[in-house]
Design a protein around this ligand. Structure first.
Ligand SMILES: Cc1cc2nc3c(=O)[nH]c(=O)nc-3n(C[C@H](O)[C@H](O)[C@H](O)COP(=O)(O)OP(=O)(O)OC[C@H]3O[C@@H](n4cnc5c(N)ncnc54)[C@H](O)[C@@H]3O)c2cc1C
Length: 172
């Protein structure tokens, strides 16, 4: 592919299955004491068998939908996962393990909370500091069942209003 996407030479539909509330959890670590070193990001997407099982059920649900009329009449063949060469049935769990990718919605690396492991308090102040707040996807304590852009704007707007009300931030 050389990095360029190519269209399939036939019409088709694609269904993407998303596991919103994954049980598996990744981590971000420092790679060294040098602040310019890139962090070590471990997604660990399918560490939990529960996540694999949920994605397998998602594929089964999509198959049930597309095998139901009227859409079933329009579909000639399932391309992916489909069947492996030789007609043997594919291990769907194995397919999930080899094809799952992270979506563009990482959250929770500076989780809000009141416990010792929380990075920011419920007012988004970095614990142990006086004048440092975080307002982005990193503070989410748990995954949401939606895309992140609007919630991130809401988090920023709420913190901004809070700081203005307390006289901690002046807008132009
Ligand atoms: C390809 C892609 C598609 C997406 N599609 C959607 C979608 O359709 N709908 C949706 O709701 N969400 C979508 N998202 C998710 C959404 O865009 C992000 O979750 C959201 O923008 C996260 O907001 P944030 O404020 O946490 O981080 P960001 O939006 O990443 O903001 C971080 C900011 O910090 C700046 N920055 C970084 N380092 C420094 C530094 N050292 N000093 C100063 N500034 C710095 C960056 O330039 C950036 O402006 C998508 C994400 C991606 C990557």
């Amino acid at each position: 592919m050389n990095g360029s996407a190519q269209l399939s030479p036939y019409p088709g539909i694609k269904c993407v299955i998303l596991r919103s509330h994954a049980v598996s959890s990744g981590r971000v670590r420092l790679s060294s004491g040098d602040p310019d070193s890139p962090p070590v990001i471990e997604c660990r997407l399918l560490e939990s068998a529960e996540d694999v099982a949920t994605l397998v059920r998602g594929i089964e649900a999509v198959r049930a939908i597309v095998n139901t009329d009227p859409i079933a009449k329009l579909i000639e063949v399932e391309v992916t996962p489909g069947a492996v060469e030789g007609g043997a049935s594919l291990d769907v769990a194995e397919f999930v393990r080899s094809h799952t990718e992270p979506s563009c919605h990482p959250i929770g690396t500076c989780r809000m909370g009141v416990d010792e492991d929380a990075v920011v308090d419920p007012e988004l102040r970095v614990r142990g500091t006086e004048n440092l707040w975080i307002a982005d996807a990193s503070i989410m304590p748990d995954a949401i069942s939606a895309n992140l852009n609007a919630p991130c704007m809401m988090i920023g707007a709420k913190l901004g209003r809070q700081l203005v009300a307390k006289g901690r931030w002046r807008t132009a």
